[in-house]
Write a protein of this length. Structure first.
Length: 176
């Protein structure tokens, strides 16, 4: 049996296309990370509720900020898990009568990167706020680095947004 260049090319392309399924277990792993975040979230909620009468207000605010931080990270995991699976592995087939996420199927890889960058900025903002609430216990040079790192995230997210707008805005407008 003689292997022609066309048959070899098709076989390689089929193999490459099928290799996208290697990502599927990675997305399942992300769902396990989501479970871990959920467990940690409710552990913190239990801690707050069991100490509500003895906890200082500032300690409660810091704990609530930590809860918000976990929710943002969990939301980021869901967004990356679903849109990454849809963009790189396979469409998610959901029955018409089932619940459907409004953004599912609408996030391309570029938009996903922007949403991830915005989420990182939001998470960084919460960490920075927590640091400022404990400013008396944190050295000034460390606070300065927190601000510099946060501003780096902000500038990076803005630059990514500008580059995306310059590069792909016309393409997205034609799709809709």
């Amino acid at each position: 049996m003689k292997i022609t260049a066309g048959r070899l090319e098709r076989a390689i392309e089929k193999l490459l296309f099928s290799s996208r399924w290697i990502l599927a277990p990675v997305y399942v792993g992300m769902s396990l990370a989501l479970v871990a975040l959920g467990v940690k979230f409710f552990q913190e909620v239990f801690h707050v509720l069991s100490h509500i009468w003895t906890m200082q207000e500032s300690e409660m605010v810091l704990t609530i900020l930590a809860l918000i931080d976990m929710v943002l990270v969990a939301s980021l995991v869901v967004m990356v898990m679903f849109s990454g699976y849809e963009n790189f592995v396979s469409r998610i087939d959901i029955d018409d009568d089932a619940e459907k996420l409004g953004w599912l199927g609408k996030l391309d890889a570029g938009t996903l990167k922007l949403k991830v960058a915005a989420s990182i900025v939001a998470i960084s903002s919460i960490h920075l706020l927590r640091a400022f609430m404990n400013a008396s216990e944190i050295p000034n040079d460390k606070l300065m680095w927190y601000v510099i790192i946060h501003l780096t995230f902000v500038v990076s997210a803005v630059m990514m947004g500008l580059l995306d707008k310059l590069s792909f805005a016309g393409h997205r407008e034609r799709e809709h």
